[in-house]
Design a protein around this ligand. Structure first.
Ligand SMILES: [Zn+2]
Length: 277
């Protein structure tokens, strides 16, 4: 009987799971092969309450939302934006037309924003998911990362501030701000927090990391990026501290390569090197 049960259900059958998985994160790739953006649908499974993060290209996102609403899988309550750029917040108007009554939670410059949470402000999705807004100005001044927690599941949605193995360009800010964003604000999150960035840029990022530093964690990331088209949610803040050179500004090896010692100067030098690569 035990043999039969294993055959029929396998060990991952919901019947034998000790508890239901509560925070569900679905990636929705957009403009694949061009911008390689990600929207993310985050659902509190017990209540079905859901938010959609950066649904910038409605033709690729709305059909999925409609089908899940129709089948009773989600109760969509809000758009959440990481920053105002068109390839993150540019779909808000169209999504609001198609789905009535949504809140728009995001930075002050995001289209149709209805709520801008303060730095450190918390809110909930459904019963279980707690969300903390972390202001990380630099790529844009209104950049916000969202740290979400449900029991021992932890995730952070980093927009164009932190990428796997990289960071965003300093369009509206400076190296001091990016150093604070990456190496104080995000580095303070628990090491096992999974990272969900706004773009799939890992392959290009790791090319730069390996030009700067040839450590085992960077070689591992390169191997993973060579074998996997999607890397979002596969690495943690703890991993980034090892393989992301922008989070190693205090490492003597990186200081030597950049010829700088002050962490802000190291950050500035790395960004310039990456920009000209
Ligand atoms: Zn951007």
């Amino acid at each position: 009987m035990n043999f039969l049960r294993t055959q029929l259900f396998g060990s991952s059958s919901p019947l034998f799971r000790p508890q239901i998985r509560a925070m569900h994160i679905q990636s929705i790739p957009m403009w694949t092969g061009k911008g390689n953006n990600y929207a993310y649908l985050v659902t509190d499974e017990p209540t079905k309450q859901s938010v959609i993060i950066d649904p910038a290209n409605p033709p690729e996102v709305a059909p999925e939302l409609k089908s899940q609403i129709a089948s009773g899988k989600i109760d969509l309550t809000a758009i959440v934006n990481t920053h105002h750029h068109w390839d993150h917040a540019g779909g808000n108007g169209d999504i609001l037309k198609q789905f009535k009554g949504l809140q728009v939670i995001g930075g002050k410059d995001c289209a149709s924003v209805t709520k801008t949470p303060a730095h450190g402000e918390e809110f909930k999705i459904g019963d279980r998911i707690s969300v903390k807004a972390l202001h990380t100005p630099c790529h844009t001044q209104d950049s916000i990362c969202y740290y979400m927690q449900d029991g021992d599941q932890r995730a952070v949605f980093t927009g164009d501030t932190l990428f796997i193995g990289g960071c965003g360009r300093f369009f509206e800010g400076n190296a001091k701000e990016m150093h604070k964003a990456l190496n104080e604000t995000l580095a303070a999150l628990p090491d096992d927090t999974k990272v969900y960035p706004g773009h799939e840029y890992t392959k290009a990022n790791v090319k730069f990391c390996i030009a700067v530093s040839q450590t085992e964690p960077i070689k591992k990331l390169q191997a993973f990026a060579d074998q996997n088209k999607q890397t979002q949610g596969k690495f943690t803040i703890g991993d980034e501290k090892l393989h992301n050179v922008f989070m190693r500004v205090n490492d003597p090896e990186i200081q030597k390569v950049t010829g700088k010692t002050d962490p802000v100067d190291v950050m500035a030098a790395l960004r310039e090197m990456k920009n000209s690569m």
